[in-house]
Design a protein around this ligand. Structure first.
Ligand code: AHR
Length: 499
């Protein structure tokens, strides 16, 4: 099969906001305890953070990490996680039915973030609490000194403000499962009033209002419009969340799920712009897709979990090779929409539906999905070029017109590099992708990285961490103004050119 990609440097989608490669750590399962934090681990640093995990997070080059939830945040008292550890309360945690020891809180997490070369995206509790706790937490984190909460931070040993720039106004507040769930009117009002006091206190921050919990919520669309009608002047982003899965073991349809993500994004953009129009505003609301990933493998095991454990094995999806291809397609979709998707968080980062897994007291290893995320985050910075793609499509019973190739090119003028990400969705055939380089005379191939495996269900594990790993023996030939990249059947490809 043949396909063609035309790249024109004068037709950008957008300069990519690096925060599109964000991730997420929730107090859930073993994300924090035995994930990023394990004081008894042989690699633990002076604060109890696992250095093996820190190294892998740094490899991923994660620009921002959402914290501390997720559903967890809607019942959380942030004060519990500050001050001397021996005085911190143990609590029943009602979102995930576990015991929270509070050994880690914002004091520790912001320090972990520094050590991981990342920033914190902090969520506030608008479930059981409201604007008062949100402004107190903001004062604790960002106010220099001389007030109750800033001096509390200093007394806890943190002289310098944490200077957290991005704040989420609650989490999935439309979800019936959410502690303190709200109607769109109720949430719109509380989010507006919370945003107002937070921006009074620190006008330099950016705020994210909650969109629908996913595309299939019955109130999707109306929720976004109502929430934005209340909050438009005070917030900067609206959130999107969605998880994907191959529940019916229908791989051909599953590989096309990024088309749903694309439609979801475009619908939310339309709603943002509808509210902009009725408000006659010159401000544009952008999108924070702050929870996205594959999530379904662990659902059955989680139903059987005993309650009130500390850091149980929860939401521990073991990802296979086809999941990695889906994550690649989802990353390309985010990039194709990078004119409006300015932030996104792969949910989550360690152990909980995550690219990085750990053994308690043992090794840390990379799941299959680690690799497309690694490549996109490291090579996908710069300007996303509008992809003009010619390729065949296929249809399944559930989905029509799925292109065989999902692809985009990223131009990095500073590094003088052009990178093409491409997934071949065909389960049967290789595809010759002609890349039109007429705008990039004298482009030279740096490398063609490929993630491929004969078995779509192949996984990595602590015992066999290198079962699904990329190689850079991909075949791309340049001749004249074009390159032809061989996209092997069902493969993720990263084709890097010097320009
Ligand atoms: O990421 C896991 C959970 O998924 C989060 O806590 C919640 O926000 C979403 O439903």
């Amino acid at each position: 099969m043949k396909a063609k990609l035309i790249l024109n440097k004068d037709f950008p989608v957008s300069e990519i906001d690096n925060r599109i490669y964000g991730s997420f750590i929730e107090h859930l399962g073993r994300a924090v305890y035995h994930g990023i934090y394990e004081p008894t681990h042989p690699t633990a640093d002076d604060m109890g953070f696992r250095k093996d995990v820190l190294e892998m997070v740094k490899q991923l080059n994660v620009p921002i990490v959402r914290y501390p939830g997720g559903n967890f945040v809607s019942g959380y008292n942030w004060e519990d996680g500050t001050g001397p550890k021996e005085k911190r309360p143990r609590r029943t945690e009602l979102a995930w039915h576990v015991i929270e020891t509070n050994e880690v809180g914002i004091d520790e997490f912001q320090e972990w973030a520094k050590r991981a070369n990342t920033e914190v995206m902090q969520a506030v509790n608008l479930g059981t609490r409201g604007s008062d706790e949100a402004r107190n937490l903001l004062e604790y984190c960002n106010f220099p000194k001389g007030t109750y909460y800033s001096d509390m931070r200093r007394a806890n040993g943190f002289e310098e403000p944490f200077d957290i720039k991005v704040w989420c106004l609650g989490n999935e507040m439309d979800g019936p499962w959410q502690i303190g769930a709200k109607t769109a009117e109720e949430y719109g009002r509380i989010a507006c009033e919370t945003a107002k006091v937070m921006k009074e206190l620190d006008p330099s921050i950016e705020l994210v209002a909650c969109g629908s919990s996913n595309l299939f919520m019955p109130t999707f669309g109306k929720w976004e419009a109502t929430v934005l009608e209340h909050t438009y002047d005070y917030v900067d982003y609206i959130s999107l969340h969605n998880y994907y899965g191959n529940r019916d073991n229908d791989t051909k349809t599953y590989l096309g799920c990024s088309l749903d993500m694309d439609e979801f994004i475009k619908s939310v953009v339309a709603i943002c712009d509808y509210v902009k129009a009725i408000k006659k505003s010159d401000k544009t609301i952008n999108l924070s897709f702050d929870e996205w990933n594959v999530w379904f493998h662990s659902n059955e095991a989680d139903k059987k979990l005993e309650r009130w454990q500390i850091a149980p094995h929860q939401l521990e999806d073991i990802y296979n090779f086809e999941d990695a291809l889906v994550v690649g397609c989802l990353l390309i979709t985010l990039l194709k929409n990078s004119d409006r998707v300015k932030m996104a968080c792969l949910a989550q980062l360690v152990n909980v539906i995550a690219p990085i897994m750990t053994e308690n007291g043992g090794s840390a290893w990379a799941q299959t999905i680690f690799y497309p995320y690694l490549h996109a985050s490291n090579f996908g910075r710069g300007v996303a070029l509008a992809p003009v793609v010619k390729c065949d499509t296929y249809s399944t019973e559930k989905k029509k017109d799925i292109p065989y190739v999902e692809t985009i090119g990223i131009m990095n003028e500073e590094k003088k590099e052009l990178t093409v990400f491409a997934v071949n969705r065909s389960l049967e055939e290789g595809i010759d992708l002609e890349i039109d380089l007429r705008d990039f005379a004298n482009a030279k191939l740096i490398e063609h990285i490929v993630l491929e495996h004969d078995d779509m269900k192949a996984v990595n594990s602590a015992e066999n961490p290198n079962n699904v790993v990329p190689h850079n023996n991909g075949v791309t030939k340049i001749s004249g103004n074009a390159a032809v990249a061989t996209l092997n059947k069902h493969s993720w490809n990263v084709i890097r050119f010097q320009i």
